[in-house]
Ligand binder design. Sequence first.
Ligand SMILES: [Zn+2]
Length: 379
Amino acid sequence: MTKKLGIFSVLLLCFACSQSTVKNDLPFFNHNLVSSPESPVSKIKISFVGDILIHSALYKSVVNSKSQNFSQLWQNAIPYFNSADYSYANLEGPTALGISNKLKDMGDIGFVYDGSVYSGEKFLFNFHPRIINDIKDSGIDIISTANNHTFDRGSVGIDRTIDALQVRSLNFVGTRRFDEKNKEGIHGLYKITQVKDFKIGWVACSELLNGFKDKHGQTLLCYEQTDEILQIIQELKQNEKVDIVIVTPHWGIEYKIKQNPQQTAHAHKYLEAGADVVIGSHPHVLQAVEHYKTKDGRNTFIAYSLGNFVSGQLGLHKQASAIVFLEFQKNDKLSWISSYGFQPIFFNLKQRQLEIIHPNGPKDVIQHVESIMSLKKGN
Ligand SMILES: [Zn+2]
């Protein structure tokens, strides 16, 4: 059974009709529609957010709060995750129970911020595994574990993080256990999830590992392992027969609003190999979205960076971001991207809480997010 991603045959910029086109949904601030090439028999909506970065001040505020629940930082986004059939985020750090920044196993020291076992500063992060419960309970269904902080608690930290994810049954993509390389080959480096009757393939990679070496092949490097990534994409499409392949690279230059040529070239390579969607993160700021038509005529989508979802970083470009929504449709022959939408968000550092930005909200945030996230005709 051959399934091809269909086309954005007519690209409608549907700003004026934003509220009325999204039935049974929370209102999007903006919504760009793409038309369907065929009659769909089913559809799903997936939401995406950028980096979850629990910097020290945020971590301490959660430890000292009554609920001690990390989701208090992003509780306003929960209805948006729940409005989608499936939701994705990047978790920027291990959740390695008891592993110190010197890689000593200190055991379960409880839910504390000690700056040694659990830390959110000095480029070495580790979050108490209870954050996984809070992420899952918020309606996030899959996280990427491939980023420049993946090795902040070493190889053992990756295994401990996977332990915590598996105990709590939260899907993840981007890392595998110390001993999986020989057993699994490339198969341990992707995930397939079933969302209603859609089979979705996920691949995650990181450009950098902050100087750590991946001695046991526990993650994928976006540029140095391009061949493996392309092989995985082909494996997913041809052998696993997934409907949609989503690649989530952690890449780009920090604080740069314009993506660099390496990001563009690699996004296009992934899509030409059969991927349908590329959703990036890492620069801490939003970068452009792009509608890319592949040589074989498929219409695909790129968001080069979704910026920070939750972080302790100050500044409009670092605090403003968006929740991205993609709707997919399929019938017995094809699957295709049927619409794209985004909801502007802003992380309020004073309140330590994510805000949903409505059309009458702060103009500077709206203008910034809209100027980057609006899908321009023909790009
Ligand atoms: Zn990063």
